[in-house]
Design a protein around this ligand. Structure first.
Ligand code: NAD
Length: 364
């Protein structure tokens, strides 16, 4: 029997509601495939600010570093929204990314044909969508120094810095090639090379790394053109690789292609050591304050994030597929959460959907 240690960081809002269902599904996987999961839970985000005065404690980071993987819900909410506050819930996410060395965010965006009518786009535009977006996570304008505000001659001034080193670009671009190689073999590298020096360097490095992957087609696209093509012809894309801020924006745009924020998982990976990759797994949605506490959140993005954890950090491919198949099957059987329900559908609660997926996984 294999034994795995998992950190659970539910966070705020619906984070705790959806992570609870993911744990039940993982336990069902354990029962069926003879693995055991040991969970260590801690507060992050607003909940940690309320209890400890900071969004992420050093102890919490150390606890995560000692696990095989981290499952993360979401952080934030109106209670902690003051933009002038020096302590903010999202500092937990940035701290975990830095502290765990998570440089790559992987977001698969796949349209389940059964949900093609749940997107704001036309069915024929989205039904063949099947792409992976890779976003660089620990460099770029969210981390560059200087980053500050000041006053000059009675005028407010502010500066942010967009900086990348060769090493940071090379490792994420290489992961893009590896991902494309295992799929359709098309890598779209997205930049703003007509304006930015960091982008021109990014393009140069991508061309150099391409020599190691003759089986993959590399193309370059400007971020504005890519944003347009994601809506115009989304099924064209196979793997997209891009820097931190462009990726932040494009991944949210891409999420609309799959029907609902409640459906999309993500993985944030660090370097691999001795064959294992520490990763943090979270749904792409936030804490959904508008529905928190009502028991109606869609748990599928969180449950599919647990599937990515099994695949990327624990090397359990069959187990990951079992979860993904269970989600597809219960949707095919017509079960819907409130965010996916159409006219005539009776929406199920978070827990009822968790029950169905848990049973489907346990029963094989
Ligand atoms: P959100 O993703 O929380 O919600 C956007 C909309 O999608 C809402 O109408 C919400 O009800 C719906 N939604 C989201 N997840 C859902 C689910 N699982 N099931 C059903 N419906 C779902 O984004 P927001 O409203 O912009 O942000 C709310 C809070 O979450 C903010 O404080 C924001 O900072 C935070 N946030 C956190 C993360 C994170 O922790 N990674 C990511 C995004 C937003």
């Amino acid at each position: 029997m294999a034994h795995f240690k998992i950190a659970l960081l539910p966070g705020d809002g619906i984070g705790g509601e959806v992570i609870g269902q993911a744990v039940r599904v993982l336990d069902a996987v354990g029962g069926r495939f003879d693995h055991s999961f040991e969970y260590s839970e801690d507060l992050v985000g607003g909940a940690s600010i309320d209890a400890h005065g900071v969004a992420l404690r050093d102890e919490t980071l150390e606890m995560c570093q000692a696990q095989d993987a981290v499952l993360f819900g979401a952080v934030g909410g109106p209670k902690w929204d003051d933009p002038k506050a020096s302590v903010r819930p999202e500092q937990a996410i940035l701290g975990l990314r830095k502290g765990l060395g998570l440089f790559a965010n992987i977001r698969p965006v796949k349209m389940l044909p059964i949900l093609a009518d749940a997107t704001p786009l036309k069915r024929e535009t989205v039904e063949a969508v099947d792409m992976v977006v890779l976003r660089e996570l620990t460099g770029g304008i969210y981390f560059g120094e200087p980053q500050r505000r000041w006053e000059e001659n009675g005028q407010r001034q502010a500066v942010d810095t967009l900086a990348y080193s060769e090493h940071e670009v090379e490792r994420i671009v290489r992961l893009g090639f590896e991902t494309a190689r295992a799929r359709r073999g098309l890598l779209t590298s997205v930049d703003k090379a007509n304006i930015l020096d960091t982008s021109r360097m990014w393009r140069e490095i991508a061309d150099e790394v391409a020599r190691d992957y003759p089986d993959v087609t590399l193309e370059h696209r400007l971020v504005d053109a890519c944003a347009m093509d994601l809506i115009r012809h989304p099924s064209y894309f196979d793997v997209i690789v891009t820097e931190n801020m462009f990726g932040d924006i494009l991944t949210d745009e891409a999420s609309m292609l799959a029907g609902s924020m409640g459906m999309l998982p993500s993985a944030s990976l660090g370097a691999s050591e001795n064959g294992s990759t520490l990763g943090l797994y979270e749904p792409i949605h936030g804490t959904a304050p508008d529905i928190a506490g009502q028991g109606i959140a869609n748990p599928m993005a969180m449950i599919l994030s647990a599937a990515l954890m099994l695949r990327y950090s624990l090397g359990l491919e069959a187990e990951a597929t079992a979860i993904e198949d269970a989600v597809t099957d219960i949707l095919a059987a017509g079960h819907r959460s409130a965010d996916l329900a159409g006219d005539g559908d009776e929406p199920l609660s978070t827990e009822a959907l968790g029950n169905l997926i848990t049973d489907a996984v346990a029963g094989g």
